[in-house]
Write a protein that binds this ligand. Structure first.
Ligand code: FAD
Length: 551
């Protein structure tokens, strides 16, 4: 068996090493356009900010190591230019000498990744405007930083954009972040990103939402970024983080099927439309594990797993790729945001019915020093309770909860399973009722009808005249510090003795700070015959939608 692999980083290197573990006989050729294989793309922003001080640490494996340990035929600085599917050969160009030659294959794996988008904006090719994908991109940005940058503009507030902002600020650079959408981190639901926008402001980042770069011009600082809004931002460094496009040219030229957004089409076994050619990583279209629809998810975990699975299938093991659920995480100045599965907006776009709850538990026992609240949003099927997606924002412990929920989604679990989930607990690590259990209790209560809930967006979409009576069950002091419009206040501890103050025929929405006292109030009032619903996640969730209101 002769296996040729195009692309020697996440997906390609995983495929090559797995292939070798499965076959000592195979001739495995790994062709990589750049000078490095298997480097840590995800670490690049942290080298720029100085957190990773040693560049060599980013080289996870060198070509020499791949040759010595895995007996791979590694060809760096070599570009695959075309595929002849009939002859089963690829044309390779040695970038150092310019020499071109053909290499035959029995099986071919395409792992060419995705290239950063460079929109055709006037001035985009001026010096000082960068995108970050390779170590060479990183070196160029580092060289610019070393010349002394006072002001930088990052365009695009996705995962990489946020990481770049954090690292530029760490270097003391005054940084502006421009995002076309009306929120940072567009894969998440908007309200879940409010704490991130606040964190950016706390760290002095100017965040311009709903705006975009219209042109780049030379200026006193080096560059001026002119925005659609008319704003002009002087900067000596601009980094683009506006997304990636699958590197599909080889596949398209070879007549392989590609999806609507350009991802190379593969079946569940990662075979392209040509059974001798597999494709993995950022270049492919995957099946969304929740919706089942085709999508593109450029993440390192899926690319690595796909590389392994493609090699398995080539070497006689029939392994199905389960689809991608988009489990992702980002750190921002000590804050953490993470998601898995479908977002609310994705479910709405797909017209899929769902229910959702918000909880704001601490990552560990409240009495143990360092407890801090996270916001956890759980989306689930309205009839059987199957978990469809989750998002969390907070600090420590966000990663653990999203990972647990990622596994729950993959296992097809329901919110009822979350109630029963047994997770590790000691005061410094969790709670006897872990945030996962809490989300499960709330969602299951809702599913069973014990504990009807309404979410903030649905409530506020009702016209004020038709809205249910809003009953704030927090203390008078909390109420005085800020409350929902037109709410009345009866603290939960006084509720039983003050039932007579509530109108009998009117729907009531009870709320507290995070939803727990609202839950108790809902139970008291419903048992008293008053039609009451709890506001999911309470006033704290209301504030995610209305960040300007008083605490
Ligand atoms: P790549 O790793 O990009 O490798 C493709 C390789 O193929 C490239 O080196 C390219 O030079 C080579 N190639 C392309 N065409 C040819 C050709 N014709 N001939 C020869 N070689 C070719 N993901 C996460 O999950 N978490 C993170 O924290 C994270 N952070 C990131 C930070 C940055 C700055 C970047 C750029 C990406 C980050 N990612 C992260 C995304 C992750 O790196 C990618 O999803 C992953 O690397 C994709 O793997 P891949 O093998 O498909 O492509």
């Amino acid at each position: 068996m002769k296996l040729v692999i195009v692309g020697g980083v996440a997906g390609g290197a995983s495929a090559a090493t797995r292939a070798r573990r499965l076959s000592e006989e195979a001739h495995i050729v790994l062709v990589e356009r750049g000078p490095d294989v298997s480097f840590a793309n995800c670490g690049l922003p942290y080298y720029l900010g100085g957190e990773i001080a040693d560049r060599a640490k980013l080289l996870v494996v060198t070509p020499a190591r791949l040759r010595a340990r895995f007996n791979l035929d590694v060809r760096v600085s070599s570009s695959v230019e075309s595929i002849d599917r009939r002859a089963k050969t690829v044309r390779i160009r040695d970038l150092a000498s310019g020499r071109q030659y053909d290499e035959s294959y029995d099986k071919l794996i395409l792992a060419p990744g995705a290239a950063p988008l460079r929109p055709p904006i006037p001035g985009i090719d001026l010096p000082g405007i960068f995108a970050l994908r390779s170590l060479q991109d990183m070196d160029r940005i580092k060289a610019a930083l070393d010349l002394g940058v006072r002001q930088a503009v990052v365009i695009g507030a996705g995962f990489i954009g946020l990481e770049l902002v954090e690292n530029l600020v760490r270097l003391g650079i005054s940084t502006t972040l421009v995002e076309l959408q009306d929120q940072v981190l567009p894969p998440l639901d908007k309200e879940m990103t409010t704490p991130l926008a606040e964190t950016l402001a706390t760290h002095g980042v100017t965040l311009l939402l709903g705006d975009s770069a219209e042109s780049f011009e030379p200026g006193a600082e080096g560059l001026v970024v002119r925005l659609k809004s008319g704003k002009r931002l002087p900067a000596s460094l601009v980094i683009l983080g506006v997304g990636v496009r699958p590197e599909n040219q080889l596949a398209v030229d070879a007549g392989l099927a590609v999806g609507e957004r350009g991802g190379i089409r593969v079946n569940d076994y990662l075979e392209t439309s040509d059974p001798s050619i597999y494709a993995v990583g950022d270049a492919i279209e995957v099946r969304d594990a929740v919706s089942g629809t085709p999508t593109q998810v450029p993440l390192a975990g899926p690319a690595n797993r796909q590389g392994r699975i493609a090699a398995d299938n080539i070497f006689g093991r029939r392994v199905r790729y389960r689809g991608t659920q988009g489990t992702a995480i980002v750190g921002l100045f000590g804050r953490v945001a993470a998601m898995t599965g479908a977002s609310e907006k994705a479910l709405r776009r797909a017209g899929r019915p769902f229910r959702m709850v918000y909880v704001h538990p601490a990552q560990h026992a409240g009495y143990y020093p360092g407890a801090e609240a996270m916001t956890l949003k759980l989306l689930f099927d309205p009839t059987e309770g199957k978990i469809l997606g989750a998002q969390a924002v907070g600090g420590e412990g966000v990663d653990k909860r999203i990972d647990v929920l990622a596994v729950a989604i993959q296992a097809g679990m329901t919110v009822l399973d979350l109630e029963e989930m047994e997770l590790a607990y000691a005061p410094q690590f969790g709670s006897a009722k872990d945030p996962i259990n809490m989300a499960g209790f709330v969602a299951s209560g809702m599913l069973r009808g014990d504990h009807p809930q309404i979410d903030v967006a649905t409530l506020m979409a009702i016209s004020p005249a038709e809205r249910p009576l809003l009953l704030d069950v927090r203390t008078a002091e909390e109420f005085a510090a800020g409350h929902l419009p037109a709410a009345i206040n009866i603290p939960v501890d006084e509720l039983r003795s003050r039932l007579g103050e509530l109108p009998s025929g009117r729907e009531i929405v009870a709320y507290c700070q995070v939803g727990q006292r609202g839950y108790l109030a809902t139970r008291i009032l419903r048992q008293a015959g008053l039609p009451t619903t709890n506001l999911s996640g309470g006033y704290k969730t209301y504030k995610l939608w209305n960040p300007g209101v008083a605490t």
